[in-house]
Ligand binder design. Structure first.
Ligand code: SAH
Ligand code: SF4
Length: 369
């Protein structure tokens, strides 16, 4: 449940709730005007009250009940040789989060963070090493898009929650962010182009299914052998495989999705042998899935990246599963912008700030998810 201990920030509210919230605040705004306000909040790139372009009276009335304004401070932008750009932003409470803008021929994909750090502690992921620093609010999540569109001067076409954090561990905020990113009165990102990726929080996947959420859902599987999964993804101890696969089967049945996407980070010596192919064949029965193979990107720890020959050999062995297999090219991975590489600079930036005696700003009306 989302609760506010101060006036809510306008970008934190689900667009569907705005008319009621206005009414409750005694602000009369008929349908078309409320829609216009939605557009001003989410579709114009406004970052402060004056940029919302409201009349003085209306602004005064809104300010009595709501907050608005920037919540992210740009920290750095880096560009990789392939044109991928990584943006770092500082939250008002001091943590740094990152977002990656990936441009290809037809798509402009934004990889967004949902948390500063992550509580799941996957041993192959740089973000996992940070632990959970804090949840992000819906407004902070979507402001990254506003800021990045302003810098790139391009409209984002696709959003993937594959940056820092486990999106289903910040369920309410991420669902609001998805709704607002998808809002047709602003700058809509089609529901088919909004993807939430999860490490496998079974109860949250069940809730996502029960609530008929229309966004795409990818599961990070990485091994169909329980003991191995537990070793590389500690969360698997809490949510074991049989239950997780069952919930994915229910998700597929209820949502009518022809395919579900399972992500599989390839770690030589860990999860690429015949026993793993057998386990996939055995455990995933009844699920129609696409296997998205992600060659591990350097992120510290006791792993090494597979060679292309190893990836090829593994995907050849996967043929007997008779499922579509895709190999993901992680954009900007040489420059630390690929899957699982977001954090190194966060640690450095956070440490720099404290070493310099910098202070943390007070939270802007703390938001608890
Ligand atoms: N927390 C979510 C989404 C963020 S990570 C999740 O785990 O699904 C997005 C994808 O990158 C996940 O499939 C994740 O397992 C994978 N990943 C993490 N670290 C990686 C690394 N070092 N190399 C390649 N992929 C990695
Ligand atoms: Fe968190 Fe995903 Fe990284 Fe695991 S892979 S630590 S869930 S961000």
């Amino acid at each position: 449940m989302v609760t506010f201990v101060d006036r809510p920030h306008l970008r934190d509210l689900p667009v569907s709730a705005l008319p009621d919230r206005l009414r409750a605040a005694g602000i009369a705004m008929p349908g078309p005007l409320a829609r216009q306000l939605t557009w001003r909040i989410h579709g114009t790139g406004a970052l402060d009250w004056d940029e919302l372009g409201l009349g003085r009276l209306r602004q005064t009335m809104l300010r009595a009940h709501f907050r608005f304004g920037a919540q992210l401070a740009p920290e750095s932008v880096r560009e990789a040789a392939d044109g991928t750009r990584k943006f770092a932003f500082r939250l008002a409470t001091g943590e740094v989060i990152e977002a990656v803008f990936i441009r290809n021929r037809s798509n402009r994909t934004l990889c967004l963070s949902s948390q500063a750090g992550c509580a799941m502690g996957c041993t192959f992921c740089a973000t996992g090493a940070l632990g959970l620093l804090r949840q992000m609010t819906p407004g902070e999540i979507t402001e990254a898009r506003v800021r990045i569109e302003a810098v790139t001067r391009e409209r984002v076409t696709d959003v993937v929650f594959m940056g820092m954090g486990e999106p289903l561990h910040n369920y309410d905020a991420v669902m609001i962010a998805c709704e607002n990113l998808n809002c047709t009165d602003a700058a809509p990102i089609s529901r088919k182009r909004l993807t939430v990726s999860t490490s496998g929080l079974t109860p949250a996947i069940r809730r996502f299914t029960d609530e008929s959420r229309p966004w795409r859902l990818h599961l990070s599987l990485h091994s169909a052998i329980q003991e191995v999964r537990e070793r590389i993804m500690p969360i698997a101890r809490l949510h074991p495989l049989p239950e997780l696969i069952e919930v994915m089967r229910a998700f597929q049945a209820r949502s009518g999705r022809k395919w579900v996407t399972l992500q599989y980070v390839t770690l030589p010596g860990v999860n690429m042998d015949d026993a793993h192919v057998d386990a996939l064949q055995r455990e995933l029965r009844g699920l129609r899935y696409i296997l998205n193979v992600i060659p591990w990107n350097e992120a510290g720890g006791a792993f090494r990246s597979p060679t292309w020959a190893e990836v090829k050999e593994f995907t050849t062995r996967l043929r007997r599963l008779k499922c579509p297999v895709k190999v993901r090219y992680s954009a900007g991975k040489r420059e630390g912008m690929g899957c699982g590489q977001l954090s190194a600079e966060t640690v450095a930036a956070t440490q720099d700030r404290s070493a310099a005696g910098g202070h943390m700003l007070a939270p802007p009306g703390v938001f608890t998810g």
